[in-house]
Design a protein around this ligand. Structure first.
Ligand SMILES: NC(=O)c1ccc[n+]([C@@H]2O[C@H](COP(=O)([O-])OP(=O)(O)OC[C@H]3O[C@@H](n4cnc5c(N)ncnc54)[C@H](O)[C@@H]3O)[C@@H](O)[C@H]2O)c1
Length: 389
């Protein structure tokens, strides 16, 4: 089975390392004057994804990266050298006691997010977290409460709602182009990361790593899920990883999730770490839709993956031949989240991404796992602001 090595991964996802792109929001905004407020950023977790975040964040006019932290300290030092970051730390406590900053950007292992986010919020820092926001919904709710108490902000990846393709699809639904919406499908998978074992250990899994994008897109377009039913499985019981060698796979690496959004709308998400996919993680070169929505008067498909889309094909009763729209990313990239919220903190300009939406997606993931084990249909209780746009 062909696996994605760290090196191949970077080759395929080199969008950002090859040339920095800034979100439309940032690109369209005037550069702040020399003395304009910048958000001071402390970044924790200097592994794989930091190679995508740091070029974007270091080019963001609203961010100043003051510190880098990693328990594998040499990684913090290496990234600090590459991106001119003045302070480095081997532990979050030292980082919090060191050079002052406003926003913690958390890019650590999925199992560490909730714990580190809580420490940072308690210390009065704003937090941008990679997905998932927390390890459990209960922990996530506590974090949202804590952020309110401390009068700071909390946000979580992914940022799929920021893409122009999402905006086009949301508008098509809102203006009735598809008639009455009935169904949707989304999928995202590849052969699984090889560099770190945490993706396969308890608290990891293909749902919080990959399915999370589709769940955010479909709930963002169709509304919060009211019920979830799912099947999950482990296809490859043992994985070879760069940091821990052979590990037993404990989290699902194959998932099928059904959502009931109310008003008769049903949707389906599938994700996994056992999908042969010649287009890699971000779907470079892929020209097929991965998110499909059907209504009584039309259907549409988001071309490419929802984390890196490059068009929407729309067919309606008035024009049955699909027409491609929203063919430009307008600078949107999946790794723009920390830069976008740095702008929010610096200027007050709001973003579409919300902690409530991240928490809702986390509840769906938790429910999908429970449903997979018990066969139950699970009621979902969290909500977020809908419509998103
Ligand atoms: N790799 C990607 O392209 C990618 C893309 C999108 C999202 N993500 C998400 O980003 C997160 C990190 O993934 P990754 O691929 O970069 O993993 P990684 O293993 O390459 O990097 C994680 C880093 O965090 C550090 N770390 C772990 N615990 C820490 C702690 N308590 N304090 C300080 N540092 C700590 C590790 O030493 C490691 O360097 C995950 O949530 C993943 O789902 C990754």
């Amino acid at each position: 089975m062909k696996k994605i090595s760290r090196k191949e991964f970077f080759k395929k996802t080199g969008v950002i390392t090859a040339g920095v792109m800034i979100s439309p929001a940032l690109a369209g905004s005037p550069m702040p004057a020399g003395n304009a407020k910048k958000t001071r950023v402390g970044l924790i977790g200097c592994g794989s994804v930091s190679h995508s975040y740091l070029p974007h964040l270091s080019a963001c006019p609203y961010a100043e990266i003051v510190s880098a932290c990693d328990i594998r300290y040499e990684r913090a030092v290496a990234q600090a050298g590459r991106f001119n970051i003045p302070h480095t730390y081997p532990h979050i406590d030292q980082m919090l006691a060191g050079a002052p900053f406003d926003l913690l950007v958390n890019l650590t292992d999925m199992q560490e997010h909730g714990r580190l986010n809580k420490i940072a919020l308690t210390a009065g820092k704003n937090v941008w977290s990679e997905k998932p926001l927390a390890s459990t919904v209960e922990e996530g709710k506590e974090l949202l409460e804590l952020a309110k108490e401390m009068n700071v902000r909390l946000w979580g990846a992914p940022v799929v709602v920021n893409s122009p393709q999402f905006a086009f699809m949301a508008e098509a639904i809102r203006t009735g182009k598809l008639g009455k919406i009935s169904s949707a499908h989304a999928h995202y998978g590849h052969l699984g990361p090889t560099w770190s074992a945490f993706f396969y250990e308890k608290g990891g899994g293909s749902l919080p790593d990959l399915g999370v994008y589709n769940l955010a897109t479909l709930t963002g377009l169709l509304g919060p899920a009211k019920y979830v039913t799912a099947m999950t499985s482990i296809v490859t019981p043992v994985r070879n990883t760069d940091n821990k060698g052979e590990v037993k796979v404990e989290a699902e690496d194959n998932a099928m999730v059904l959502m009931d959004h109310g008003n008769g709308i049903l949707s389906h998400v599938q994700s996994g770490f056992n999908y042969f996919d010649p287009y890699g993680h971000t779907g470079t070169g892929q020209d097929r839709p991965t998110v499909l929505i059907w209504g009584t008067r039309g259907n549409m498909g988001l071309v490419g993956y929802d984390c890196a889309p490059f068009g929407v094909a729309l067919a309606t009763t008035d024009h049955e031949e699909p027409v491609r729209h929203a063919n430009d990313a307008l600078g949107y990239v999946w790794q723009e989240g920390a830069s976008v919220v740095a702008e929010t903190l610096a200027t007050g300009k709001e973003t579409l991404v919300s902690a409530e939406h991240s928490l809702h997606v986390l509840e769906i993931i938790e429910a999908a796992r429970k449903s997979g084990q018990t066969g139950e249909r699970i009621r979902i209780t969290t909500k977020f602001k809908y419509p998103v746009i």
